[in-house]
Design a protein around this ligand. Structure first.
Ligand code: GN1
Ligand code: MG
Length: 368
């Protein structure tokens, strides 16, 4: 169904004047809608949830409701002492009071408020930016740390469980298309070898979870740099967006994902591999921001796995991109043919750089 028709189903005053695509997400379709009354204008974010990725969009919305209500309540309680205005989008209901709209084609849509006067970036802009990204993640994890984990649905079973991505890779590789794509180019053969050499180590976090050393907690699930908003006026982080993947998980998944995306000056999409490396100055800045909030809830065991999580989530995203390439680009959105292969290569290059800098990164983590 057309985004313009859907937009008018949500409870916003005035007349629709524009809807256009926005953001750089790889999964959902995101639009900005503009409504005008005779005296003002309201902008909001309209999204079609990708039901190929999220099998149960209703549960995604229930998690989003739980999280946003909880965080808004906590933010109000601590408002006076905060060193900045913390924000989090609110769900805009439909005119019938529902949290989502199910269209005639069976697609789920939702509307959320726009965090105005703030921006996201696809790559780190400065050491200060990295510090703010770490601060925002630590703050968000702290705000949700007292939600009983059992009240959140597991909306994406196996999300960030690296051994399950490895199994999926093996299956994709065994198909005719997978075989052809995996062996066709130097890049794909590099990716294949890269995965084979590290496969044995990839259960490091899941082993710790199974042994009880690490526990499931509420997590964001996707705290990459382009989901962290920086206030235009103060330059400080104000908000983390994209709450689809908030669910039970290991906080290491979040930490690793934030690190891999914020410490890579080249970003996820560059085809110039020389731009990609793990920047340890940015890493130190993130750690200092993150720890200013996370010190409160991290256990000794949590700390023990922080380095592994950086290396692992980078490796894992490489496997996920490469598997999608082998499957014929069915999960992540692409704009050109071998985009998922290039994305995989970029993450593996970053993973190598993380491995080379292991002792420096561990020292930075130990200093806290
Ligand atoms: C996807 O859709 P988006 O861009 O927020 C993916 C993340 C990846 C990210 C890499 C549900 O996030 O796990 O880290 O791409 N989300 C899902 O850019 O798979
Ligand atoms: Mg996301």
């Amino acid at each position: 169904m057309k985004s313009a028709i859907v937009a008018t189903e949500f409870d916003v005053a005035g007349r629709l004047v524009n809807v256009q695509p926005t953001g750089s997400g790889n999964v959902n379709d995101t639009y900005m809608a503009v409504f005008r009354t005779h005296f003002s204008e309201e902008r909001f974010i309209l999204q079609k949830i990708n039901s190929n990725v999220f099998p149960n969009p209703v549960q995604v919305m229930e998690n989003m409701r739980t999280i946003t209500e909880h965080v808004h309540r906590r933010l109000e309680e601590t408002d006076e002492d905060a060193d900045r205005v913390w924000q989090l989008p609110r769900i805009i209901p439909t005119r019938n009071g529902q949290d989502y709209l199910l269209d005639e084609e069976g697609e789920y849509w939702r509307a959320i408020t726009l965090i105005a006067s703030a921006k996201t970036h696809d790559c780190p802009q400065s050491v200060e930016h990295a510090h703010e990204a770490g601060t925002v993640l630590g703050h968000f994890q702290r705000m949700i740390s007292d939600i009983p984990v059992g009240t959140l649905h597991d909306t994406l079973v196996g999300f960030h469980v690296t051994p399950s991505y490895l199994e999926k890779y093996d299956k994709a590789f065994a198909t005719e298309l997978g075989q052809r794509r995996a062996l066709v180019s130097t890049s794909s053969r590099f990716c294949k070898r890269f995965i084979e050499r590290r496969g044995g180590w990839c259960s490091v976090l899941e082993d710790a979870r199974e042994s009880g050393e690490l526990q499931l907690r509420p997590i964001h699930g996707d705290p990459k740099i382009s989901n962290i908003m920086i206030d235009d006026f103060t330059g400080k982080g104000t908000c983390i967006i994209d709450l689809d993947t908030v669910k039970p998980g290991l906080i290491q998944y979040d930490f690793g994902d934030c690190m891999r995306s914020c410490c890579n000056p080249g970003g996820e999409e560059t085809q110039d591999l020389t731009e990609i490396y793990f920047d340890t100055d940015l890493c130190e800045a993130i750690i200092s921001g993150y720890m200013s909030h996370a010190d409160e809830f991290l256990t000794e065991a949590d700390r023990h796995y922080l380095f592994d999580s950086i290396r692992l989530i980078t490796f894992e995203l490489g496997i996920r991109f490469f598997t999608d390439y082998l499957e014929g680009d069915v999960y992540f959105k692409t704009q050109y043919d071998s985009q998922n292969l290039n994305r995989a290569r970029a993450q593996f290059r970053l993973c190598e750089s993380i491995e080379t800098r292991e002792s420096q990164i561990r020292r930075a983590l130990d200093r806290r």
